[in-house]
Design a protein around this ligand. Structure first.
Ligand code: SAH
Length: 239
């Protein structure tokens, strides 16, 4: 007899629990709705369908990567300043570049240009290890602090000139450069695994650049495909 009552009681308890979780969830993350809109309108609507990439953009709290004054702009369809004349990329560009890398869970990826750490966090949701280099010490240090506060344990950062890559950690399954280069840096190509992809904006730093997808061939020169016109801050040189 008692059996008949149990499911009902359990159902009530379950509904109360779910209701509580929904309320608690929205309290915890007041930007979840903005993030859903961002993914739907800016990313899916522009043709990015990769569910893993969409999931990462939905999950990473982009508002934690911008200054408090810019909090309300965190999910808008544009890059935003992060200090020192640098920017966090437009969400669509982050999604596009991430998709082009064709990442797998076991991958180790190198990023040149840590900036706010947002792109590194997106990658860290999808791969085993992310290595990220930043040339401006203050930016690299604050990104590192932010990423550990957010609990990312698979991102390693360092300060340095990313043009030369990170030979001690090479080879990488994929490389992403988030600043505009005038050429494809030979040391980066060298540190890429055969058949691996490098995504890099190439061109005049003062103008629009071309986003290139470079695929390393086991024999012979790499295959280079132009994907889209983009505008990035320049890849600086340390010397
Ligand atoms: N990926 C970043 C956006 C980066 S903006 C994000 O998600 O927020 C480009 C960054 O590249 C800037 O922080 C800039 O300081 C850095 N950068 C420029 N030249 C560099 C170089 N040679 N090596 C490493 N980082 C560089």
């Amino acid at each position: 007899m008692a059996k008949a009552y149990l499911p009902k009681a359990a159902l009530i308890l379950f509904s109360v629990g779910v209701g509580f979780l929904l309320v608690a969830g929205s309290d915890d993350d007041p930007f979840l709705g903005d993030r859903r809109e961002m993914v739907r309108r800016q990313i899916e609507a522009r043709g990015i369908k990769d569910q893993k990439v969409l999931g990462a953009l939905l999950h990473v709290p982009r508002h934690r990567f911008v200054a408090t004054e810019l909090l309300q702009l965190a999910y808008q369809d544009s890059p935003l300043p992060i200090g020192y004349g640098q920017t966090i990329s437009q969400p669509y560009i982050v999604a596009l570049m991430t998709g082009l890398l064709e990442v797998k869970p076991e991958h180790r990826i190198l990023e040149v240009g840590t900036g706010s750490g947002y792109q590194a966090a997106i990658l860290a949701e999808l791969v085993k290890e992310v290595y990220s280099i930043e040339i401006i010490p203050a930016l690299g240090e604050s990104a590192q602090k932010r990423l550990s506060e957010l609990g990312y344990q698979n991102i390693t950062t360092r300060i340095g000139d990313g043009y030369f890559g990170w030979p001690e950690k090479a080879p990488f399954d994929g490389i992403i450069v988030t600043a505009a280069a005038t050429d494809i840096p030979p040391p980066l190509l060298e540190q890429l695994k055969p058949t691996g992809h490098m995504v890099i904006p190439v061109g005049n730093p003062d103008q629009t650049q071309l986003l290139k997808l470079v695929t390393k061939n086991p024999d012979g020169p790499p295959t280079v495909r132009t994907v889209e016109n983009v505008r990035f801050v320049p890849l600086r040189r340390s010397s």
